[in-house]
Design a protein around this ligand. Structure first.
Ligand code: MGD
Ligand code: MGD
Ligand code: SF4
Ligand code: MO
Length: 735
């Protein structure tokens, strides 16, 4: 492509996922014409993934929401009237004030999807409004259980040391597929670099992922049994005296109690629970403990069952007791150059903060003592449905496709139908947006200013994300919070987004003399700032940042709250062993997720680039199991649990155990022009479970490790509809 002489090349940071890769956007006049990786970017070093490179497809998609719209006709019928932002603000304020007057402000709840640029800003807005009830799926289901545990156990969030001079000799990849999902932007590239430089792998995954394929040991685990495996590995390491005695003696609290607790997890028992051969458990434990430098890449798969927190805790002990905590090439503490956007928790009156839904049951998720508490989603939804413990009457969603993301979509649908006022801000008219009274058009990542500190929670790099251009009548979520606050006379602490960004960067300038006087404008000139990694900071401080100053294997904070201070395994609530009768009807173990490189969660189904590479949702089935059901590769398959039935296309593969199937999540069909957009057809959360039991610490429900059955589906109408659709025709041309 030839660009004019006036083409400008602007450096920014990609946020098509959680972000972190440096990008260069070429802008010709008022149009972005090209996006390419920035070779100077400190973390990604000239690499971007297909999602980032498809950003212009997203930016200029004809399906983008272009104006605020209010519902015309019945909810969910798909009739809309375009309105001005001023009118949209008027509707939001009127509804909030009505609920505040009739029920109290806690009856207004705010929600978002996975943590995006506006994550903390939305919490700040909720607190300014005066409601404690904001939520994000991740606070109980993704990343926050990991981070909360790291704080309790080590006093700091931890990441793999991909950044220093020592390459980890071993990386234990647990329920994570970093070369595909790369939850922190540049991670796929850094993992590959580490492998190229010699890192060996131990992989715990029910599927033979690309990393499992090249692993020294692949532990093909039964979904949902991770805590048992971790306890078994800890037992091998402790009983064979493979732990770091000097570190354990000086820096841990509760090791002897752990030694006692793990004795119940013999390799024989763990092998029976997890379906992993005993020899492999022993070998992986020895290799990890004797690696010299070893780290842990821990994914969200562990956080999708009610045994979530204990599993995360037990796994996270492995690098600690083997002496890999905050050592070069190990599992390292954050530098955190820049604080997050202040969520202004002090705006909540104490008696209101106590009313946060879930605060009593899940103190580490929603309790008042936490520095970043959020509400428990199933409890919020229960409050909508039953009015107990008090009613929730208005839901405002910012970047959340809840009908696809939350467990038990039919229940979510009932909640969205029932709530008095439902408003959603998104890039596209998703099935969730279709359920709303009011829809707001969101700016995409190329259309807004933000700062990010990456890798998340190591944060030794600060990057500028720049507003390159703005199309349509969109706004950034952050702008909406500022503008609503101003109109409502709230104490939001900033009149525009730049004030918030400048306040964050000012603190960086105060912490590091070389960045004195830093603000957003200056960061934009430099694009990135970085400081060198420092290790073993606890040695210098003389303590870890926990109550005992040590790695708290025995969590004193959990003990104080009446919770078991040591981890223990719980069989998944639905499994061949906990519900054998159900297993007769639904004999297969279902796991879900397993990210696709071309989609981010439920996004991208309307983008030709992404869809031409993965047109349909896939269920992975072992050939033996497929054969039993007369299913061949490429057939459509019905998948059914107690809660409902969906259909996905078969990938028949030896990479999965014959007793297990894996379904992709996030599938809806923009080419279905009805207001449902096919959310009932292939959406795996029709199958998952939002009912108790929940994880006793974080309130996590069951997105994985469920029971299902399969059968062949001879109808290919989904395929037919796609082929005949506009996007289908477009994809055909591109392929
Ligand atoms: N069964 C099953 N369910 C799962 C998972 C699983 O593995 N299995 N994974 C879970 C996990 S880990 C997570 S984090 C959740 C994610 O759940 P969600 O984050 O809710 O994910 P999405 O479904 O992609 O919905 C996000 C919406 O935000 C919109 N969006 C993107 N950028 C912006 C923006 O800047 N502003 C606004 N306003 N909107 C924007 C997108 O178009 C999309 O519609 O799903 C969870 N659900
Ligand atoms: N391309 C792309 N990147 C993404 C996303 C995306 O949708 N697409 N989503 C983003 C989000 S919100 C998140 S949270 C991260 C998630 O990224 P990851 O944490 O890597 O999550 P998944 O890919 O869903 O699952 C990781 C692996 O866990 C395995 N697994 C399934 N069940 C179990 C189990 O019970 N135990 C164990 N040990 N393993 C299991 C799956 O087979 C899979 O290979 O990625 C982020 N990045
Ligand atoms: S990994 Fe994330 S930040 Fe990097 S290019 Fe892909 S979408 Fe963008
Ligand atoms: Mo997530």
């Amino acid at each position: 492509m030839n660009f004019s002489e006036n083409t400008q090349r602007i450096k920014t940071a990609c946020r098509a996922c959680h972000g972190g890769c440096g990008a260069i956007v070429s802008v010709d006049g008022d149009r972005a014409v090209k996006i390419e990786p920035d070779p100077d970017a400190p973390l990604s070093k000239g690499r971007m993934c297909p999602k980032g490179l498809a950003a212009l497809d997203l930016l200029y998609s004809p399906d983008r929401l272009k104006s605020p719209m209010k519902r015309a006709g019945e909810r969910g019928q798909g009739h809309w009237t375009c309105i001005s932002w001023e009118d949209a603000y008027g509707i939001i304020i009127k509804n909030i004030e009505k609920v505040r007057k009739e029920h109290g402000i806690q009856s207004v709840a705010l929600g978002q999807g996975t943590g995006r640029h506006h994550f903390h800003h939305m919490a700040r807005f909720a607190h300014s409004l005066g409601t404690p009830n904001w939520f994000e799926p991740g606070t109980a289901q993704c990343y926050h259980p990991r981070v909360t545990n790291f704080f309790l156990t080590y006093g700091h969030p931890l990441v793999v040391d991909y950044y220093g001079d020592v390459n980890p000799a071993y990386i234990l990849v647990w329920g994570s597929n970093p070369v595909v999902s790369g939850a922190d932007g540049e991670i796929p590239f850094r993992t590959r670099d580490a492998i190229r430089k010699g890192s060996k792998l131990l992989v715990v995954d029910p599927r033979k992922t690309p990393l499992a394929e090249i692993a020294e040991v692949w532990l093909q685990i039964r979904p949902g049994t991770d805590c048992a495996l971790a306890m078994g590995m800890l037992r091998v390491i402790i009983n064979e005296n493979l732990y770091d005695k000097a570190f354990v003696e000086k820096w841990t609290y509760g090791f002897e109690e752990l030694r006692k607790r793990v004795q119940a997890y013999s390799t024989k028992r763990v092998s029976e629970i997890t379906w992993i051969p005993e020899q492999d458990i022993i070998r992986a434990s020895r290799l990890f403990a004797e690696a010299g430098s070893a780290s842990l890449e821990l994914g969200c798969a562990i956080e999708h069952t009610p045994n979530c927190f204990d599993a995360v805790r037990a796994i996270s002990f492995l690098p600690g007791i083997t002496g890999n905590y905050d050592r070069p090439g190990g599992f390292i503490e954050g530098m955190k150059m820049m604080p997050d956007c202040d969520v202004m928790l002090e705006n909540l009156a104490p008696e209101i903060a106590e009313k946060r839904l879930g605060a009593q049951q899940y103190p580490f998720l929603a309790g008042t003592g936490m520095h970043f508490p959020s509400a428990h989603v199933p409890t919020v939804f229960e409050a909508v449905r039953t009015g107990l413990p008090y009613p929730v009457k208005a839901l405002l969603l910012f970047g959340n496709n809840g009908l696809l993301g939350f467990a038990d979509s039919v229940k979510t649908f009932e909640v969205f139908k029932k709530v008095d006022f439902l408003c959603c801000m998104d890039l596209f008219m998703t099935p969730t947006a279709e359920m709303c009274d009011l829809v707001l058009p969101a700016a995409s990542w190329l259309e807004l200013d933000a700062v990010l500190s990456a890798p998340f929670f190591a944060g030794h790099t600060v990057m500028a994300q720049k507003k390159i251009l703005r199309i349509h009548n969109c706004k950034a979520d952050e702008e909406v919070f500022c503008e609503l606050s101003e109109r409502m006379g709230l104490n939001y602490g900033a009149k525009d987004v730049h004030e918030i960004l400048d306040a964050q960067l000012k603190i960086t300038g105060e912490r590091y003399p070389e960045f004195k006087g830093l603000d957003f404008a200056r960061l934009c000139e430099q694009n990135y700032l970085q400081i060198p990694m420092e290790y073993m900071q606890y040695e210098k401080r003389g303590r870890l940042d926990t109550p005992t100053g040590k790695m708290e294997i025995w969590s004193t904070e959990m003990e104080k709250k009446g919770l078991d201070p040591l981890p223990k395994y719980m069989e998944p609530p639905e499994s061949p062993y906990s519900t054998p009768d159900l297993a007769k009807e639904y004999p297969l173990v279902l796991t879900t997720g397993g990210r696709s490189p071309f989609f981010f969660l439920s996004e991208g189904r309307q983008l030709p680039f992404s869809r031409s590479r993965t047109a349909y949702p896939r269920i992975e089935i072992h050939p033996e199991t497929a054969g039993k059901h007369g299913i061949e590769d490429g057939d459509w398959v019905y998948v059914e649990t107690r809660r409902g039935r969906i259909t996905q296309k078969a990938s028949v593969t030896e990479n999965i155990d014959p007793r297990v199937v894996n379904c992709q999540h996030g599938w809806w069909y923009p080419e279905d022009l009805s207001a449902d957009h096919g959310w009932r057809e292939s959406n795996v959360n029709i199958l998952t479970n939002a009912d108790p039991p929940y994880d006793p610490v974080m309130g996590t429900y069951q997105l994985r490790a469920l029971l299902c059955r399969i059968s062949r589906n001879d109808s290919a109408y989904i395929e037919q509809r796609f082929i005949e659709s506009e996007i289908g025709a477009f994809c055909k041309k591109r392929l």
